[in-house]
Design a binder for this molecule. Structure first.
Ligand code: RB5
Length: 147
């Protein structure tokens, strides 16, 4: 799978660990940065990552900041992006099954690498269930269209 990756400085170390893990599994990564520990602004990274996904540079994406929260808030401002900030396995799985989330957002200052990689794996390997959930996901898009 082609996976879009992005982080600010607070998520940089985690993003690099995720990238190594994905490449080892044979995935392709579209990394929009950041590329070192220097302080940077997560909204700009979130926007770039969202646009990369919408441009077809990846099928799903992973974003990391200190908490995972700021970068998810910013990503969700890009029309068509459904970003879910998760810290547990059940949420990372069900946000694919029920919400058709296209970005998983993780906190580099919240999660250990082991748990984070488990969340990444279940997120990338779980398909959208569709059915009644498709109606609800479409309603999210309709809210965007009304703004
Ligand atoms: C940066 O210090 C930090 O605020 C950011 O990584 C993130 O946690 C914001 O939600």
């Amino acid at each position: 799978m082609r996976v879009v990756l992005g982080s600010d400085h607070g998520g940089f170390t985690l993003k690099e660990a995720i990238k190594a893990h994905l490449l080892e599994q044979g995935h392709t990564c579209e990394d929009v940065g950041c590329f070192d520990q220097s302080s940077c602004d997560y909204p700009l990274i979130a926007e770039q990552a969202g646009q990369a996904l919408l441009a077809g540079k990846g099928e799903l994406g992973i974003l990391c900041c200190g908490t995972g929260i700021g970068i998810s808030m910013a990503a969700n401002k890009v029309k068509g992006i459904r970003a879910a900030c998760c810290s547990d396995y059940f949420s990372a799985k069900y946000t694919r099954l029920h919400n058709n989330a296209n970005f998983l957002c993780l906190g580099g200052r919240v999660l250990g690498i082991g748990l984070a990689l488990e969340l990444v794996d279940v997120f990338l390997n779980t398909p959208f269930e569709g059915g009644r959930h498709a109606r609800r996901v479409n309603q999210i898009g309709e809210i965007e269209a009304r703004q």
